[in-house]
Design a protein around this ligand. Sequence first.
Ligand code: ADP
Ligand code: F6P
Length: 484
Amino acid sequence: MSKTIIVSNRLPLQIKLENDNSLKITPSVGGLATGMKSVHAEGNGIWVGWSGLTEEETDSFTKKKVNEAVKKEKCVAVSLNEQDVENFYFGFSNKTLWPLFHYFMEYTEFEKDQWESYQEVNQKFADVVLEHIEDGDNVWVHDYQLLLLPKLIKDKKPNTTIGFFLHIPYPSYEIFRTFPWREQLLEGMLGADLLGFHTYDYERHFLSSVKRILRLDVKFNKINYHDRVVTVDSFPMGIDYNKFHDAALTHTNQNPKEKSELQRRLDNHIQSTSNAKMVLSIDRLDYTKGIPNRLRAFEYFLNKYPQFKEKVRLIMLAVPSRSNVPQYQKLKRDTDELVGRINGEFATVSWTPIWYFYRSMPFENLIDLYTSSDIALITPVRDGMNLVAKEYVATRTNEDGVLILSEMAGASKEMNEALLINPNNFEEIADTLKQAIEMPTEEQSKRMKILQKRLKRYTVEKWADEFMKSLNATKIKDTVMVST
Ligand code: ADP
Ligand code: F6P
């Protein structure tokens, strides 16, 4: 029976070594892992990726334990050494491709050594995938860390059907053309039979790069490439709607004794501040997420509308991410400082304007936060999709709550009923926050109902299903060939 091999940089589980040499296994954070997890759980395929441990950390005994642990989850680990992690992961993936694709040109480094490591590590992934491919299998490669992988597999196994999905934005041609190894990267991606993006705009930008850099023949969304046709399409990623909605329902009917410590604190806050509004933001601590802008806009709001002092609180959960990269370290310092300054400036004996958590939280606590917040304030300066916006909507079981969302997030394309803002416009964010606080419940419900209906229909399962259907359709070659 043929299977689908999912490949991504990280596996859905991350392994760390404790002091006593035991393994600490935690779920991976981020849109890709949380989204694909439910798809993988149901299929008969395998998931190939990095476990989070380096070769230097693992002796043969630990390696065996790691392999057993990942096998239980239908996963296969790719082994990376410290140099790989430094140059491929922290280096080329997160100091070159990530900032470039998010329009942060000033953060983008073009280092030949790191590019070489990127090529080598993509080859390591290819070797593991090739070991596991059988005739008739599909391979579904994910994200910017593995842009060369489709070609590496196609060259060795031309009959394998390969899909690729990019979870981050694809930048405009004017940005992409600055990249020194642009031809190789595009050729790497074109090893796939189907290339998927979150939005039509990203798809359009990609096609434009292919036309202008490789001078290939592009007709509508098909590319004639050597003796093959590559299909390009947009597939906006959804969420596991029922998982979030049902967890929120269970949460609402929860016995008071079962409440988490965090929920008790949130309840106390609601009681002690006579129902002050709670505004929530959740992101990885990443410069693309617009965290300093959000904080400055909140400060601007408190100055412009002082009547809301003590009547509103921002709860900000920032999950540690890529903390070896200097820009992330700077962002951490800037965020700490801004939170400190705003709290210092506005706090009263009974009120702190910002509650800031810098940590990862278990799923139950995410649900505590989503369900207790009147408003979600999600303001990335650039974001491929943003699943947090969708998760917030899914947990609003009473059809109340307001979503304020940046128009720079891919999710904004499908969430017109949210209050859409430009994350660089503090005036607009402050006014929209006021609008959200004062929004009548009938209007909240009108907007929420439409948002929920759409999310319920286009879930992550449906997203994966549509992608796989399109991938299988590429096998019927006669119907997709375009004339030259
Ligand atoms: P990105 O992929 O850039 O991190 P997304 O908003 O698309 O951004 O996805 C973030 C995902 O990570 C969401 O599914 C969210 O539930 C999950 N997540 C965010 N914060 C935490 C946390 N503290 N603990 C566990 N999962 C988290
Ligand atoms: O969704 C974008 C993404 O980079 C994913 O590829 C990744 O799983 C997630 O964000 C978290 O990033 P990292 O794997 O670098 O911690």
